[in-house]
Design a protein around this ligand. Sequence first.
Ligand SMILES: [Zn+2]
Length: 286
Amino acid sequence: MLTRTTVELMLGAAGYCTHPERLTLRGGTLRPVQFPAGFACIIHPVLGPVLFDTGYTSRFFKETAHLPASLYRHITPVIYEDQDSAALQLKAIGIAPEQVRYVVLSHFHADHIGGVRDFPSAQFVYLQDAYESVRQLGALRALKAGFLPGLLPEEFARRSLPFRRDEAVQRFEAGFPFQKGWDLFGDGSMLAVELSGHAEGMIGIFISTQQHDYFLCADAVWSSRAIHENRPPHPAAGLIMSSRSDYRDSFCKVMELHKKYPEVCIVPSHCRQALARWGGSLGHER
Ligand SMILES: [Zn+2]
């Protein structure tokens, strides 16, 4: 096991967006394909349900009703119905929104933070630089960074528990693709590592269930195929990246993890195959 404390994991998706596969997978098809807006519900033995990202909610449509933000939904059309929210899906399996005490945010793109307002008791855990890089952007630059500030609650900063780059310490064995990381809850249950490039300060997390080690790698890769076939995204996808060279570094680390530690289940946020294999409609793995 990669981590000290095992958890239970449920993977779900709250809505989909569509764009040509070729943008996310070199040599892929030009026809639009669906990319689930994935989230993970991690049941911690002491802390209870902890969310990793949230997917979309109907608030996305409200926040993108007018220019310039409406460009966002034209560029990546979103398929979403009210019952798709993470909060309602959790409710359906007996987890009330108030029970969620922590929401870990991989980065601040709208399809990851869309549901944070639905969890009124939650504190938000993220790498400080991820928020700092978007917090003060004007409307157009925020849009280019995929950030819709209205998705965050007014008291977001007060309810936040950000961690800093210089707090990262050695967490992994020699030869592991990542050297430093953060022990998010101090009990070895969730180890975060930096995956900048897709977005500044993006993180992924390592968790372990009784059965498997998982790496929730957010948007460092968009699909399991990209990893198995070593196919990075189309260069045009670089337009929305915070740094192409950081992206390449992060992509290489995920590839190295896959090669050296093939037993680790790598879960990209927007991969239909990963969702079907390890989660799907909040399939429950204990
Ligand atoms: Zn993203």
